[in-house]
Design a protein around this ligand. Structure first.
Ligand SMILES: Nc1ncnc2c1ncn2[C@@H]1O[C@H](COP(=O)(O)OP(=O)(O)OP(=O)(O)O)[C@@H](O)[C@H]1O
Length: 662
């Protein structure tokens, strides 16, 4: 800060030194908060050095307690019952605006007064985590080396202004994966563009054998839509030649089907971009999703035990291996029954809409069920079996659907059995009785009956027949889903508040310390802006009595909330030379902020502040116009977003006008 901007204190009693910033401020101030000569004289006549409200010594500031002798929670926050307009104590001049006794509600015990809030200025302060969500917050897991320590209750998670750490990391990881860029060193052969998609990133090894489920070699990529920038999952069927397009009836039916337990199909196309005739299915991309196979049948999930046949459950193996593998689950890591029911409810929910739409899934397998968050299942690869096994000679592609629906239900029975036994080979015909025995011993009769029903030879099974077996477990699932919703809404509420305060900070930061505005180098240092500068110091730059920075997030949040709501609470702003003190309400500061920012906004043309700009060509140059101001774009080196990345504006090509609305 340029020290010359501060004027040396003149030991002048009640007057404001004409060259001081406060004087400048008072010259510039809005009439609503002005000090008229009359009122000044009136207040001065009331002023007495013996006044009880006089500040007799420099108050001591204790972090967390504010000023000693004051019950305020913020340092320098004056009791609001002052009626003086100005006072000089020990060389420091204090200014007070208006007659505060009428417009400020002071509590009798002298605690911080809260002024009335004007209509339309109601600020919302985040009320904290609802009590029923407190137990849901995950506590830090105990470290592995203190497992023998006596169990102590997990520490209560302190209410936070920010989104919880677990959710934050989760979202960050998903964002990072979504934004991942192609690795051309590792995958030099990948095409730059495939139809309307680019930035292809493989989600699995490229050269892998044909899928046992789909019967073709497939590859999965994350890709970005060239038109919209949205990320999608492309599933490529290698070397697939189309015989005819009759299957498009089924593809269109799948595209129309939308459900929370399905990976949404967007489009299907053929391409030669990979150097062969490939068929590509475009699905929604769910970052960080994991297959059921990885989650529950990987060796790490099975206490380190590796099933040498897990990659191919059909491979021949000795009897002892088979039996031991199934029995081993009894002593290791069987899934809690609630998890299995949660999966059953989600899978049957998906089947219910698929079958009701006259379709069949046809590829239920642990590799095709995605866990897109902790317990959220989605069926992937929809429509692929319908396309790759399509028989061009059939007159009606829908005739076989009822048969396939029955197969879906058998596949569901096998998947639930495999999950319950935690083994893929549990579903082999030879192992079936041992597996059912295990289920009978370990789980409820309902679960056993459900599996037996699905695997039975009954001719016309229906997914709706499963509903009585699920019974009241629906309520548990609904409760879990609603609790999750509450948690997320609660987290969102916090970030909403942070977003509001962020906007306020952006306004403050664009005003504070601005070197000049409209050729006026002192703009940021005079008038309303000077008040905002002192306010910035008050919020962020306070120090303790021994000069250490005083950092208290609650103080910052409280001040910003009061500023945003235009509270009538008053604070004491001190000049940096500590020679002048200005008492001002948040409502007045808010007025300063709005006025100053309004002065800036006609000049702004980038970022989120702009409303509408016009870009036009005059002679050789491109100009941007807004609110009577114009900028030559080539000089400023400005760029505009043309929808496919940033492009330099100012070339001779292009249209003559453009609008941007944010
Ligand atoms: N829509 C999607 N969004 C994000 N990731 C996906 C999506 N679909 C699949 N994946 C990921 O792609 C990877 C490969 O899936 P895929 O279905 O090919 O499994 P697989 O075990 O290789 O099966 P297969 O042997 O049949 O090819 C998995 O890790 C899966 O999590």
């Amino acid at each position: 800060m340029d020290p010359s901007l501060f004027v040396a204190y003149t030991p002048q009693t009640n007057g404001v030194p004409s060259e001081s910033k406060l004087a400048t401020y008072m010259n510039h101030q809005s009439p609503g908060i002005g000090l008229s000569t009359n009122s000044m004289t009136k207040h001065l006549s009331n002023l007495s050095l013996d006044s009880q409200k006089k500040v007799t010594a420099s108050p001591e500031f204790v972090p967390g307690r504010g000023l000693t002798g004051s019950n305020s929670s913020s340092p320098n926050l004056f009791n609001n019952s002052y009626t003086h307009s100005q006072e000089n104590v020990g060389g420091t001049t204090y200014f007070y605006f208006g007659n505060t006794s009428s417009d400020v509600v002071g509590s009798e015990d002298g605690t911080e007064a809260i002024g009335p809030v004007a209509t339309g200025q109601i600020g919302y302060v985040y009320p904290g985590t609802p009590s029923h969500l407190q137990p849901v917050k995950t506590a830090k897991p105990p470290s592995s080396n203190n497992s023998s320590a006596p169990s102590t209750p997990p520490p209560q998670v302190a209410p936070s202004f920010f989104v919880s750490e677990n959710l934050r990391l989760d979202i960050l990881q998903k964002n990072a994966l979504t934004l991942a860029q192609p690795d051309i060193v590792r995958f030099p052969d990948l095409p730059n563009e495939v139809d309307n998609y680019h930035e292809l990133c493989p989600l699995e090894p490229i050269h892998k054998p044909a899928s046992t489920v789909l019967g073709y070699q497939t590859s999965t990529y994350k890709a970005t839509s060239i038109k919209t920038g949205t990320r999608y999952c492309l599933r490529r069927i290698h070397d697939f030649r189309l015989a005819n397009t009759k299957f498009m009836v089924l593809v269109d039916m799948w595209k129309r089907l939308s459900h929370t337990n399905l990976v949404q199909l967007r489009e299907v196309f053929t391409t030669k971009a990979f150097g062969d005739h490939s068929m590509v299915f475009v699905y929604d991309y769910h970052p960080a999703s994991e297959t059921l196979l990885n989650k529950h049948f990987a060796s790490t999930e099975l206490n380190g035990y590796t099933d040498p046949f897990s990659s191919d459950p059909n491979a021949p193996r000795p009897y002892s291996h088979t039996k031991n593998t199934i029995l081993r689950q009894q002593h290791s890591s069987m899934l809690p029954e609630s998890v299995i029911w949660s999966y059953i409810i989600q899978l049957t929910a998906a089947f219910r809409v698929i079958h009701a739409a006259g379709l069949a899934y046809r590829c239920l397998d642990p590799t095709k069920v995605l866990l897109t968050s902790r317990t959220r299942l989605r069926l992937s690869c929809v429509a692929i079996p319908d396309v790759v096994t399509f028989d061009g000679n059939t007159t009606n592609p829908l005739t076989l659907i009822p048969h396939y629906q029955q197969e879906d239900l058998v596949a569901l029975g096998k998947l639930v059995l495999a999950l319950a036994c935690r083994s893929l080979i549990a579903v082999h015909r030879d192992n079936m009785s041992a597996s059912i025995e295990l289920i009978t011993r370990s789980y409820s009769t309902d679960l056993r009956n459900l599996i037996l029903y699905l695997l039975s030879n009954q001719s016309r099974k229906s997914v709706t027949d499963l509903m009585p077996m699920i019974g009241a477990r629906f309520y548990t699932q609904l409760d879990a889903a609603q609790l999750r919703l509450d948690v997320l809404e609660n987290e969102l509420a916090k970030e909403l508040e942070n977003g509001r305060l962020f906007k306020l900070l952006v306004k403050l930061a664009t005003i504070n310390e601005r070197p000049e505005l409209n050729m006026e180098p002192t703009w940021a240092e005079t008038g309303d802006r000077y008040m905002l500068k002192l306010f910035r110091d008050y919020v962020f730059h306070q120090v303790t009595a021994d000069g250490r920075p005083w950092l208290d997030l609650a103080h910052v949040v409280s001040c910003l909330n009061k500023l945003d709501s235009g509270s009538q609470d008053k604070i004491c702003l001190m000049s940096r030379d500590e020679q002048s003190v200005l008492v001002v309400s948040y409502a007045e500061l808010r007025q300063c902020l709005e006025t100053s920012f309004d002065e800036l906004s006609p000049f702004s043309f980038l970022g989120g502040m702009i409303t509408m700009v016009t870009v036009m060509k005059k002679g050789k140059d491109w100009w941007l116009e807004r609110g009577g101001y114009a900028w030559r774009l080539r000089d400023a080196g400005l760029r505009t977003d043309s929808g496919r990345g940033m492009t330099l504006v100012g070339s001779d090509s292009g249209s003559t006008s453009d609008g941007s609305n944010t």
